[in-house]
Design a protein around this ligand. Structure first.
Ligand SMILES: NC(=O)c1ccc[n+]([C@@H]2O[C@H](COP(=O)([O-])OP(=O)(O)OC[C@H]3O[C@@H](n4cnc5c(N)ncnc54)[C@H](OP(=O)(O)O)[C@@H]3O)[C@@H](O)[C@H]2O)c1
Length: 372
């Protein structure tokens, strides 16, 4: 019998259940990792409740989950960067359209990872702390570095000062804490927004100025802070984040481009079981109306606003640029923090659904992690 177990969805919108699944084998450019810690993301639970809209391509039975840290147990024929037993963190790409493989989902004991989406971690970094990184880092990197998004210069150990300022709206989110650090590592100044209790964190990660996104005067204050500076654009994270970013860039000098992490309306209240259609239809209507309203606002302000899909870097140069060229030495040399902080909320794959529900209720500058 296989020694691999997974948190499985047998069909669209089915409940999660722990089941024995085949022990995976790596392709030529892949490694297999014995998972020791996984982190949960809004996307993982949205696949269950709103997968018909977000991931209609997904094959079932499906294994979701993106953030995983563990030890390498098998190596593909073409892999050169890893050896058996290496401690790593990786972006499990199984739910990306280009992969669509249950064996590549994070929520299982043995996970297949692409070599170029995997990084070694230093002895000082625990599996639990490392597991917070992959999707937040990947989404931020997709926004900042892809050529059809903000197209910023690459991060490095010795980036020159660019003389430009990036706006990170929602800086204390998983995506935001990584966007702040990546932008700073690439030589940009950062203005962030967060709740006041996270201002100190934002400064520790490298933001030069921080504003409260709930303050009614925040748009005016950020425009004032950008006066005399050249904007590198904005990454808009969190509900309602795109509108203020469009207004701010519309009133500032520089790159008038907003990379949006959060869609115009939330699918958080959509149910997987009974009442699915009744909760999905209003969400779709709100999404359509919100998207039209944002498009009109962007056009009025002569700003481009474009949604990010956090796994697109799997198939372009940004994936290896981050997980292969930047992250390993940045972590080893203490130049990059595993952020936001990990909160361990359970042990075993069966603890993941509770962690996902807790994530839905909201966290602040925290990533919920389950030991495997
Ligand atoms: N497009 C993609 O591919 C992709 C990928 C990953 C995530 N996302 C989306 O990005 C967003 C963040 O995800 P995450 O996992 O990084 O979130 P998260 O860490 O779970 O978000 C928690 C944080 O959200 C902040 N927040 C709450 N309401 C906000 C608002 N109105 N404006 C700005 N910040 C707000 C809170 O900040 P304070 O505590 O400081 O108030 C808190 O720290 C979600 O909407 C998620 O669906 C998209």
């Amino acid at each position: 019998m296989s020694d691999n177990t997974a948190l499985v969805m047998t069909s669209p919108r089915s409940p999660f259940s722990v089941a024995v699944v085949p022990h995976p084998h790596p392709g030529p450019d892949q490694v297999v990792v014995r998972a020791r810690a996984v982190a949960v993301n809004p996307f993982d639970r949205l696949i269950q409740t709103a997968g018909d809209i977000m991931t209609p391509f997904l094959r079932y039975p499906a294994v979701v989950g993106i953030d995983v840290a563990g030890e390498v147990t098998a190596i593909g024929a073409d892999v050169t960067r890893f050896q058996l037993g290496d401690r790593v963190v990786g972006f499990a790409a199984g739910t990306d359209k280009t992969r669509n493989q249950a064996g590549e989902g994070a929520f299982q004991t043995f996970v297949v990872l692409l070599e170029h989406m995997t990084s070694p971690i230093p002895p000082s970094l625990s599996f639990e702390d490392a597991a917070v990184l992959p999707l937040g880092l990947a989404t931020a990197a997709s926004a900042l570095f892809q050529s059809d998004y903000l197209a910023l210069h690459a991060p490095s150990a010795r980036a020159e000062a660019r003389g430009q300022t990036l706006l990170v709206w929602g800086g204390s989110t998983s995506v935001g804490t990584n966007a702040v650090q990546l932008a700073v590592a690439a030589g940009y100044d950062v203005i962030a927004t967060a709740s006041p209790h996270n201002f100190a964190l934002m400064r520790t990660l490298g933001a030069t100025a921080v504003f409260d996104y709930r303050d009614p005067g925040v748009v005016h204050d950020v425009v004032s802070a950008l006066r005399g500076r050249t904007a590198a654009g904005a990454i808009a994270i969190g509900p309602g984040s795109a509108s203020p970013c469009i207004d701010i860039l519309g009133a500032s000098q520089g790159n008038r481009f907003v990379a949006m992490a959060t869609p115009a309306a939330s699918f958080d209240q959509v149910r997987a079981g009974r009442g699915h259609r009744r909760s999905l239809v209003p969400a779709i209507v709100r999404m359509a109306a919100g998207s039209v309203s944002l498009a009109l606002r962007a056009r009025r302000n002569k700003v481009v606003a474009k949604m990010i899909w956090g796994s697109t870097l799997v198939s372009n140069a940004v994936g290896p640029m981050i997980f292969q060229d930047f992250l390993p030495s940045a972590l080893a040399q203490g130049r990059y923090a595993a952020a936001p902080r990990a909160e361990i909320v359970g042990t075993g794959l069966a603890a993941i659904p509770t962690a996902l529900e807790r994530q839905r209720r909201g966290v602040s500058a925290t990533k919920l992690v389950v030991r495997v």
